[in-house]
Design a protein around this ligand. Sequence first.
Ligand SMILES: NC(=O)C1=CN([C@@H]2O[C@H](COP(=O)(O)OP(=O)(O)OC[C@H]3O[C@@H](n4cnc5c(N)ncnc54)[C@H](O)[C@@H]3O)[C@@H](O)[C@H]2O)C=CC1
Ligand SMILES: CCCCCC(=O)/C=C/C=C\C/C=C\C/C=C\CCCC(=O)O
Length: 262
Amino acid sequence: MNRMNIEGKVALVTGAGHVKGIGYAIAHELLRKNAKCVALLDINDLPGHEARDELRKQFSKAVILYIHCDVSSKSSLEGAFEKVKSHFGCIDIVCNNAAVPNETDWESTVNVNLIGTIRGTYLALDHMGVSRGGGGGVVINTSSCLGIITRPYSPVYGATKHGIVAFTRSIADNNTFKKNKVRVSAICPAKMDRPMRNVGSTMIPDFEELRKYADSLSSTPKSHITDTVVKLIENTEYNGTICVVLPDDPMKIIEPQTLTLV
Ligand SMILES: NC(=O)C1=CN([C@@H]2O[C@H](COP(=O)(O)OP(=O)(O)OC[C@H]3O[C@@H](n4cnc5c(N)ncnc54)[C@H](O)[C@@H]3O)[C@@H](O)[C@H]2O)C=CC1
Ligand SMILES: CCCCCC(=O)/C=C/C=C\C/C=C\C/C=C\CCCC(=O)O
């Protein structure tokens, strides 16, 4: 197996501004594997600064930045990538992880989850692609098990997560690696031990039904997610790989649907 070493690498993680979140857990794991520089991007600055300070305490040799960034804003995301590049000199790993579960203001859910992930992936190609002067790298997009199956309670959230899976597969299949030496894969976590921020009845009209459904499920430990992210980064055979992360199976690879068109 060819390996990419995380040691000495520069990473950017969106939606990483809360110590209890998945983005933070990914950033923490990359630092544990001796990443040299990690940028945490988020819109919530107070917990974002706390997250940065906590990581600085634990990883004193690494350079850790918090950057205020709204992934749904083109200029904000472009500015954050520029800042990371100018500060660290390059970018090697991009994790597009920010998302909201808002079915009421559903346009914001499309803008943050799907458009933010697509733009984050294209910016990663701009900054890391060898055809554009970069050194290659890896993009990991955070989808969800609701990007593979459907449930009636959160149709727009589910649509954005299905969109992330489809986009990730297609872009990886589109000679992206041959042209740019950038691999793109996605993780699809099942229910986590901690719900997303602000998930509740103001965002999800059918929240009580969703809660009942959630209560019937086991929780997935965050360590499953971070282990899978590390494998997708380190093993260079993974590209366009879609992994569901389940409580009893941390890396269930989902093959694409087959349909012969005539
Ligand atoms: N918690 C769960 O049960 C599951 C979560 N996921 C996915 O995992 C990812 C992380 O979720 P969690 O850590 O659980 O939730 P979270 O709500 O703690 O994390 C999302 C982060 O994104 C940030 N964010 C929201 N809008 C943003 C914007 N416009 N620009 C930049 N940052 C923004 C939030 O401030 C927050 O820190 C999300 O993509 C979510 O859809 C997937 C499956 C299960
Ligand atoms: C749409 C809401 C967030 C979905 C998170 C996700 O991507 C996948 C979750 C999979 C199954 C569980 C479904 C929803 C869990 C959401 C909220 C539960 C809140 C109940 C609670 O724990 O208090």
